[in-house]
Design a protein around this ligand. Structure first.
Ligand code: SF4
Length: 380
């Protein structure tokens, strides 16, 4: 055999390596080609020639609505967030398991124009399906749809879990409800990091938290109870925190979720007690300005707002601007009507002051509207 130079050996090596990589990367394609020649399809033959291997539909709209006898459709409510939209849940009749979650078309939070409650369900479901288009379809948000996973996830927490490692180590131990209650009430060296006060210690309705600051109230106020969603336990938690334990500090959901927006709405409507929501008048608005928020990604009801925003975008006269440090997904190059105005965090107040100054200097305010006296002024 002729003696190869080092360069020639290198070339041979590269060629063999290249051929091997080529063979490896096309191995699956070749396998599928052979399978296709033998079976007449390049992959596994699907269960149904129309729906493939997807979940069977809840029924078909053919000569009226024909429900799938294997499934039950139940209308219920989502507690995954405070919006509490109504849902349409498909349940397998044999296993009793939830198969899929979608929107309840009768519910105003699940659709821009919900279906009249007087219309029978079979008629409604027929309107959602087949060739009826997307107009009638009632949707669920991504978070609501994944509640199937929350229901059946093996990681779902069903028992009290106590931290056994250092904070952040992710080490947990299952404990009984009896142990949980004893530790919370009595306290002690619960984590091997020193003494932790239990509820019994801070249940002291007379001594003040800090005599220098009497407005903090009694020590009992050191208990803060809060919750994330009103899944039926809100009233119970309030009773425990306020009526039973005696703390003033029940932190309702609205105390932290969207508080700035709620307080702003409340101030506008002169009701800082209930802080009623103000929503965009999507059917008539010509210009919308969103500060530090992104329409359709926030501001409940999310799903309804997303559809309303999509419909408003179809109107040539509609423009909107989102002022936020992060690029909001629903505004990214959506069309020429939506714009993102990036600001540095904390500089939005300066922007607003600049806008106010411009409005005043250019007299672009509605003086007639602003001159309308309030009820109190009229009475005076
Ligand atoms: S917005 Fe989504 S997560 Fe919240 S209640 Fe509605 S469906 Fe559930």
């Amino acid at each position: 055999m002729a003696k190869l130079t080092r360069r020639q050996w290198l070339k041979v090596g590269l060629t063999i390596g290249g051929l091997s990589a080529f063979g490896l990367s096309y191995r699956d394609v070749a396998k599928r080609a052979v399978y296709g020649l033998m079976k007449g399809a390049s992959g596994t033959i699907t269960r149904d020639r129309i729906i493939g291997n997807a979940l069977e539909p809840e029924g078909i709209a053919l000569n009226g609505w024909q429900a799938n006898p294997q499934q039950t459709v139940s209308m219920t409510q989502c507690f995954s967030c405070w919006t509490q939209c109504d849902l349409r849940v498909r349940v397998d009749r044999t296993s009793g398991k939830v198969l899929r979650i979608a929107g309840n078309p009768y519910h105003p939070l699940s659709h821009e124009h919900h279906i009249d409650a007087a219309i029978p369900m079979a008629q409604t479901l027929a309107r959602l399906s087949g060739e009826s288009g997307l107009d009638e379809r009632s949707t669920v948000c991504a978070r609501g749809a994944t509640q199937v996973d929350s229901l059946y996830s093996p990681l779902r927490i069903l028992e009290p879990m106590k931290r056994v490692g250092k904070r952040g180590e992710g080490k947990w131990q299952r404990i009984s409800f009896e142990q949980l209650i004893t530790e919370i009430v009595e306290g002690g060296d619960l984590f091997g990091e020193g003494h932790v006060n239990g509820l019994r210690t801070i249940h002291a309705p007379d001594p003040p938290i800090d005599p220098r600051h009497p407005s903090y109230g009694p020590k009992t106020n050191q208990l803060l109870v809060t919750n994330a969603a009103d899944d039926g336990r809100d009233t119970f938690l309030r009773r425990f925190a306020q009526n039973s334990f005696g703390s003033k500090n029940f932190g309702a959901h609205g105390a932290y979720c969207g508080l700035a927006y709620r307080a702003g709405s409340g101030a506008l409507l002169s009701n800082l007690d209930k802080n009623p929501h103000v929503k965009p008048d999507w059917d008539n608005v010509e210009f919308a300005l969103f500060m530090g928020t992104s329409p359709a990604q926030s501001g409940n009801p999310f799903k309804r707002q997303a559809r309303q925003l999509a419909s408003a975008r179809l109107r040539a006269a509609f423009r909107y601007v989102v002022v936020a440090p992060a690029l909001p997904l629903t505004t990214v190059l959506a069309d020429d009507n939506g714009h993102w105005l990036p600001v540095n965090p904390g500089s939005d107040a300066a922007l607003v002051m600049g806008m106010i100054r411009w409005i005043i200097e250019n007299q672009r305010y509605q003086s007639a509207y602003l001159s309308i006296p309030s009820v109190a002024a009229m009475q005076r």
